[in-house]
Write a protein that binds this ligand. Structure first.
Ligand code: MTE
Ligand code: QUE
Ligand code: MOS
Length: 817
């Protein structure tokens, strides 16, 4: 890898157009004259038989061009991992929001009018509307999974102390600003061009072609950008595109489907709710000996990604801590809610919430500080094998805990807070404070091995400008800017010469979702590999040109054909992404190409490209990249040795960090304020420092919302009642930590990944757990008997309840008086 200084913080490629309102989202596409609006009719029952569907009246309404039902799809079935979900409900509905009919009209008003003429008769069946009910009725998706290391029963017996607990974690809404949306154009020979807002264009291509009885070649899916995805557009964008595609396919006219916010929130799944039972054994100084955990998640009505999410939860139950004897069991419950799905962190945060709660609980029990318990149990030299058998390489956790502690003045503030709370409790003060420092160790790679591959297409033009196409989708995280910077570093040309093109299945086939924080890792590596191939050819050409007088170069003679062509047959073996970039010791820097041994002879990148074209040397390249050394066996729950006897991993590496949060809780109202947060993260050698800090602050604040105010509220019949910004409270700028400090540690040692970088997209969300544990800490100060129980999110009502002996009723009465 050539080490070329590049602007480390290139602005996001859409920064300017976002703030000036010029960025084009799906519904900003100009309407075509014959374009149709698509509307959806969905179930208002959680579980029912569809006795009768009558849309004959609707068909007669003005402007209605078609109404479609399950039988209109060639294959009415889809699903990312398991094909278990109908595109349109048939015979039965299994959740409120399940789509039954697709309507096509000239205008939205006509759709609204037609909807009122549709008669659906239901016969209600009894729904399963909680994890506990699902367990009672043994309603599950997929068998139980188990990951086990050591001897848990022995470990428990050998422990001085034991604790048991039950943790309830609610789901959360993604709240992307651009709703699910698709515009579909019918093209030649029955093919379709789909523009949609999704993280997984290849999945849309699959679902649409299968649903309509087409093949992949008949469907092109293009994603220019999303107005946020956060995991909510990984699987669930596909059926939306399929409904619009159905109309375009059946009626041969362009079709547009844009969900409004309420429908989007009602129809689409959220973060899986979890309930966790745990038992932990530890010795007198707080060393954990054994952990036995049973995780249940609410998968909703269909499998979606829930089994992979559960797996990631199970793989993150250790978080930053070495636990010698450990058993984790996981089971996904089948209920009658919208199918829950990926959300930033996937299952990770659920496992982390449990173990970080346990850290606080052990400290409470022993009367010591929770940070001491954390430090004592932290992964370190000699204690660095996870419960699934992977060694934690390049482990910076002890240092992160130590430095975060110092940066945050943890122990000083701990004493101040103790004083403050004592005074507040004595004098009837209005607030209490809490402080907590939590860690994160997030595994980077998809745990499903085949997803860890990507490809890239690089087109270099005669003028030296470059187009880059990969499978990565841009959802605001900055993956285009990062890939542009990687290509710029590789080719030694300024980023203004590089354009990352809208993601399209036409240019990059068989892509993985942009997910698991691996967008830059996978697609950036493929792009770098492709650049290296082009550089190899250009380097060889450069060497040849050095030997030829200028007047005999192709740019002077090609039209006449008087000179022999320069032939270049260089191909770099692709397996090693750490290929020294200086093939034949030729350097590509600042838009120029030269040999450092003879630096006076230089050719501009641009002129060299033109020369290459005239000598009929290809300036384009395609490359494929796969993440090496992955060997996680889902059946055994353990990593296996690789062919060469070396141990493989479930993950390529871990992104690590720590955060200390201080909260203030109002004793009268339960309201929570985050006074200060100090975050320290290890992102290796970031490609773009500013974008990474943006990801850290964004993920943390998004997580804070889940930890504190975002309360999904369902009726007793399974209807989501909090389906708009007025009833679902995401953080505003006022809710962000009053004092918010973000630092990165220096780490040049992540040799496993392209240019030593570490993925950032999801890991910092898991640090928001520190806000929840800080609330636990504040509540703890009011009692000595039992450690507080607190549901996630810790809403004001729940905090108030936990603060008041006698519960919420008593608290409310006190508040009234
Ligand atoms: N940042 C913004 N602004 N918008 C998003 O939708 N999604 C997150 C994260 N950061 C998201 C985001 C999620 S869930 C993932 S997996 C990663 O971005 C995906 O992108 P990456 O792999 O390029 O980091
Ligand atoms: C993290 C992820 C995903 C994951 C595993 C992770 C993810 C995803 C899948 C997945 C698994 C099986 C499939 C499939 C997708 O696994 O996003 O199509 O068959 O989609 O650890 O983010
Ligand atoms: Mo992110 S939840 O992996 O899309």
């Amino acid at each position: 890898m050539s080490v070329i200084p590049v602007p480390k913080s290139l602005p996001h490629d859409s920064a300017w157009t976002h703030v000036t309102g010029k960025s084009e989202f799906i519904d900003d596409r100009p309407r075509l004259r014959n374009e149709l609006v698509v509307g959806l009719v969905y179930s208002d029952r959680a579980h029912a038989k569809l006795k009768k569907i009558d849309f004959s009246q609707a068909l007669r309404c003005e402007g209605i061009e078609g109404v479609f039902s399950a039988s209109d799809f060639s294959h009415n079935i889809w699903g990312t991992i398991f094909q278990d979900q109908p595109l349109l409900a048939d015979q039965r509905v299994h959740y409120v929001g399940e789509v039954i009919l697709v309507i096509a009209a000239q205008t939205q008003t006509q759709i609204d009018a037609a909807k009122r003429k549709i008669k659906i008769e239901y016969e209600d069946l009894s729904p399963i509307l909680s994890i506990q009910q699902a367990i009672r009725e043994q309603s599950f998706i997929a068998p139980e999974r188990k990951i086990e290391r050591g001897d848990v029963d022995f470990g428990m017996a050998a422990s001085d102390r034991k604790l048991e607990g039950h943790l309830v974690i609610q789901g959360a809404e993604h709240f992307y600003l651009e709703s699910q949306a698709a515009v579909v154009y019918p093209c030649d020979n029955g093919s379709l061009e789909i523009h949609c807002s999704v993280q997984h264009p290849t999945e849309v291509q699959h679902v649409v072609s299968h649903g309509l009885g087409l093949t992949s070649k008949d469907v092109v899916v293009i994603v220019k950008r999303m107005g946020g995805g956060f995991g909510g557009k990984e699987s669930q964008g596909a059926p939306i595109a399929a409904y619009a595609a159905l109309v375009a396919h059946k009626l041969g006219r362009p079709a547009r489907l844009i969900l409004n916010k309420d429908d989007d929130m009602i129809m689409t799944g959220k973060r899986n709710p979890f309930e966790i039972d745990y038992k932990v054994g530890f010795n007198r100084d707080g060393q954990i000996i054994a952990l036995d955990a049973q995780l249940f998640s609410d998968g909703g009505a269909y499998a979606d990604l829930s089994t992979s999410i559960m797996e990631r939860a199970m793989l993150h139950c250790d978080n930053a801590y070495y636990i010698p004897h450990m058993r984790v069991r996981g089971r996904v419950c089948k209920t009658h809610f919208h199918p829950h799905t990926a959300f930033r962190g996937f299952g990770g945060p659920k496992g982390v919430l449990m173990i970080e709660r346990i850290m606080e609980e052990i400290a409470f029990h022993l009367g010591v500080d929770a940070l001491q318990v954390r430090k004592m149990n932290c992964y370190r030299e000699g204690f660095d094998i996870t419960h699934y058998g992977q060694k934690v390489e390049n482990n910076r956790l002890p240092e992160l805990l130590h430095e975060c502690d110092e940066k945050a003045d943890y122990f000083l503030r701990r004493r101040e807070i103790e004083e403050f709370n004592k005074t507040s409790l004595r004098t009837g003060g209005q607030t209490l404070r809490g402080l907590s420092l939590t860690a994160v160790k997030f595994g980077i790679s998809f745990t499903t091995r085949f997803l860890n591959q990507g490809n890239a297409l690089i087109n270099v033009y005669r003028d030296g400008s470059v187009q880059v196409s990969t499978g990565a989708t841009e959802m605001g995280q900055g993956v285009y800017a990062r890939i542009a910077q990687l290509v710029s570093e590789e080719l030694g040309v300024d980023t203004k010469w590089i354009q990352v093109m809208p993601t399209s299945t036409e240019k990059n086939a068989n892509t993985s979702p942009t997910a698991a924080s691996s967008g830059t890792d996978i697609n950036g590596a493929a792009a770098s590999l492709a650049c290296q191939q082009i550089k190899a050819r250009l380097s060889e050409l450069f060497i040849q040109l050095q030997k030829r007088p200028l007047e005999r170069w192709a740019s002077k003679t090609a039209g006449l054909g008087t000179e022999p062509e320069i032939n270049v047959e260089t191909h770099v073996p692709m397996q090693d992404i750490f290929q020294p970039a200086e093939f034949f010791s030729i350097h590509f820097e600042n838009g120029e190409v030269f040999d450092p041994k003879n630096p006076t002879f230089r050719i501009s990148f641009k002129d060299l490209c033109n020369e290459a074209y005239l000598n009929r040397i290809s300036l384009c390249e395609y490359a494929h990249y796969k993440i090496p050394n992955l060997s996680f066996n889902k059946i055994t729950g353990q990593v296996a040795p690789l062919n060469d006897e070396k141990m493989g991993g479930a993950f390529l590496y871990f992104t690590q960090g720590a955060a200390a949060s201080e909260v203030s809780i109002n004793r009268d109202t339960g309201e929570v304020k985050v006074l200060r947060t100090d975050i320290l993260m290890d992102l290796g050698r970031p490609v773009n420092y500013a974008l990474d800090v943006g990801q850290i602050s964004g993920a943390f604040v998004q997580g804070m919302g889940w930890m504190t105010t975002e309360n999904l509220f369902y009726s007793s019949t399974g209807k989501l009642l909090s389906h708009s910004p007025s009833t679902y409270k995401i953080p505003s700028v006022h809710d962000t930590p009053r004092d918010f400090r973000i630092h990165l540690i220096e780490n040049n040692g992540n040799y496993s990944n392209l240019r030593g970088t570490k993925a950032v997209g999801e890991p910092p969300l898991l640090l928001s757990v520190s806000v929840w544990t800080a609330i636990l800490d504040a509540i703890r100060s009011t009692r000595t008997d039992a450690f507080p129980d607190l549901v996630v999110p810790a809403t004001a009502e729940r905090v108030l309840e936990a603060l008041t002996p006698g519960g919420l009723d008593v608290a409310l009465k006190q508040l009234m008086n």
